[in-house]
Design a protein around this ligand. Structure first.
Ligand code: CA
Length: 228
C-alpha cells in the first residue's frame, strides 16, 4: 500500500483529504506542523507522495518544499488558497510537481495524486537523492549537488569517511589511508583538515554538520553516498 504524507493545519481540510485518499486505497499520515513533517520524512523515507499546504503555522509550504528537496525527490502536490501562490508555485523553481486550489473536490485531488504516482512509477525517477557523490577518478566530491573545492588531504579524508557512513574511523586509520609516509604527531593534522572540511561543508549547507567527532575514538560521517 502506498503511503502519502499530508501536511495541512486545518483539520477539516485534512479530514477531506484523508477520506478522499483512503477511499482510493492509499494510507495517509497527517501532520499539522511543517517541522514535525520534516522530522518524520528524514527518518522515514517510505512515502510515495506529499500533499503540502502552503500556509502552515510554523513555516510556509515553499520553504518546507525547498528543505525537502535537499534530500528527497518525492513528488509534492501543493494545496493553495490564493492565486498569487499559484504564480509562485508555477513560476519559481520550487520543485513542486503539481498544485490543487482550495476549495477543491476530493475527486480532483485523488485524480492528480494518481496521475503523478503513475508518472513517477513509470519513469522511476523517484528515489532519495544522494547527499554525497564521490568521483574517485576525477578526485571530486559533490555535496548537495555542489562540487567541493578540496585540498588533496581533505579529499582523501572525506573519501575515507564516506567509505562507510556511520562508521567511526580512528585518526590512525585515517592517517594510514591518507598519508603515504605517516609520522608522529599527525593526529593534529587530521583534526586540522577535519576542521576545514567542516567549514567547507557548512558553506554548502549551513543547517547540518555531517561529520561527527567521537571523543577518544575518531570521526564518522552521516549521509547517503554514491559513486560516479
Ligand atoms: Ca493552512
Amino acid at each position: 500500500m502506498q503511503r502519502i504524507l499530508l501536511i495541512e493545519d486545518e483539520s477539516s481540510i485534512a479530514d477531506t483529504v484523508i477520506y478522499a485518499l483512503e477511499t482510493e486505497g492509499f494510507m495517509v499520515k497527517w501532520h499539522s506542523l511543517g517541522q514535525e513533517a520534516l522530522n518524520d520524512l528524514q527518518q522515514d523515507s517510505d512515502y510515495s507522495l506529499i500533499v503540502l499546504d502552503v500556509g502552515l503555522p510554523d513555516t510556509n509550504g515553499f520553504d518546507l518544499c525547498k528543505a525537502i528537496r535537499r534530500f528527497s525527490e518525492i513528488p509534492i502536490i501543493f494545496l493553495t488558497a490564493r492565486n498569487e501562490e499559484i504564480d509562485r508555485i508555477v513560476g519559481l523553481e520550487i520543485g513542486a510537481d503539481d498544485y490543487v486550489t482550495k476549495p477543491f473536490s476530493p475527486r480532483e485531488l485523488s485524480a492528480r495524486v494518481k496521475v503523478i504516482l503513475k508518472r513517477t512509477t513509470l519513469s522511476s525517477t523517484y528515489r532519495q537523492k544522494c547527499i554525497f557523490v564521490v568521483d574517485a577518478k576525477k578526485a571530486k566530491i559533490i555535496y548537495h549537488q555542489q562540487e567541493l573545492d578540496l585540498t588533496r588531504y581533505e579529499f582523501f579524508i572525506l573519501k575515507k569517511l564516506l567509505q562507510q557512513p556511520g562508521r567511526v574511523f580512528s585518526r590512525e586509520q585515517i592517517i594510514d589511508d591518507v598519508w603515504t609516509e605517516p609520522h608522529a604527531s599527525m593526529d593534529r593534522a587530521v583534526d586540522t583538515h577535519i576542521k576545514t572540511l567542516r567549514q567547507k561543508l557548512k558553506q554548502v549547507d549551513e543547517s547540518t554538520d555531517p561529520i561527527k567527532t567521537h571523543r577518544g575514538l575518531g570521526y564518522s560521517i552521516s549521509g547517503t553516498v554514491s559513486e560516479s
